[in-house]
Design a protein around this ligand. Sequence first.
Ligand SMILES: [Zn+2]
Length: 467
Amino acid sequence: MLRLTNTLTGKQEAFVPADAETVRIYTCGPTVYNFVHIGNLRTYIFEDILRRHLASKWKITHVMNITDIDDKIINRSVETGKDLKSYTAPYTAAFFEDCEKLRIQKPEIITAATDYIPEMVDLVSRLLESGHAYREGDSIYFRISRFPNYGRLSRLDKRELKIGARVDADEYEKEEPRDFVLWKAPKDPHEPRWQAAFGEGRPGWHLECSAMAMKYLGETLDIHCGGVDNIFPHHENEIAQSEAATGRPFVRFWIHGEHLLVDGEKMAKSKGNFFTLRDLIDKGYDPLAIRYLLVSVRYRKQLNFTFDGLREATAALDRIKEFVFRLKGVKLQPGSNAKVAAAIAQAREQFEAALDDDLNTSAALAALFVLIGHGNVALSEGAVQEDDRAEILKWLQVVDERLAIIPPMEDLVQDQNEVAEIESLVERRNEARRNRDFAMADKIKKELIDRGVLIEDTREGTRWRRK
Ligand SMILES: [Zn+2]
């Protein structure tokens, strides 16, 4: 049974989709004014793991928005003299390129905010009619005093609410809980605007997620995710405007990924510890190692990103690759070994249990490496048989469907040719030794070492492995 920590209750709860069939999930997407950084990518990777694990149990409809209008985007597009779409389009494309490199699956439905203005206008009209929204100047605000549950998600004390005070900014601090803007009248002639019965303007940031989530997923979603920094004000405001309009709970499970730190500190351009995926690829790191590092710590824990950690992730990937390479290349007897089969069954069970336990990815990876350890010993002892190999390879595919961290199999296919070459060299060396041509045997051994292959002569014959 899958258990997830629900930010709304602060507790781990058993999760099943409301209709027991399809998970309706919404995740907040990027604000496309720049390249996303690895802290953002950690959130998208956690959501990807959640998505993959949910999809192993149920059908899934996943909606993600692209914020292509907000304060920052408007300022940048005005500065660069570009219209909104031509300013944001390259960053939207770059985001999906980054996701692809990190093996993050695409949601079923992707919605750019500026394509859903009529839905947002409709939501504002409903809130005006019900008295949850009001006009001040030419803008429309949400009246938090009319929504008694305001602050429940972010555990805000009612006494802290600044009743009657307003905030126009898209982002603001928890210390400033005020009536937030739903629809902003243009202040500058360059600002983009849309017509509405309640006056021309543009949506405040929070409005888009409520309007687009409810359009595709209904009034009550199963799951809504984001990073912890989205809890206030963004998700708090989404709840207020959605529930005020529908009178129903907006989301059953709120799930939030923790921060990423770099060398123990918050990432900031001024500190020189700010990285995009592109920065790390330019430094020569493999996106798969970056994904591995981001997956290796459970989403609810802060993750400290370091270059040592990235090197360890690379070594862990090499260990997986090495094992698959060895497993695929070795000649085996038909049948199955009871001890090996039991180790596979145990790994499988522990892996599922770890992911069901609030996406404990570090325990899931531990189950994988315990099996690799057993597998390597069993290979050295000649205990692995053909059916065991097939079972292990089948399970590694499951691991890859869930975590997407198994190095690409194409490389391993090429390696299979290499295995044949190495085995023929080992055989030629054995022949030379049988003929007591030790000079030739040493020459071949040196050739193998140069290729990164270590050999070991045992009673059962010559074994080899890669350095
Ligand atoms: Zn959102």
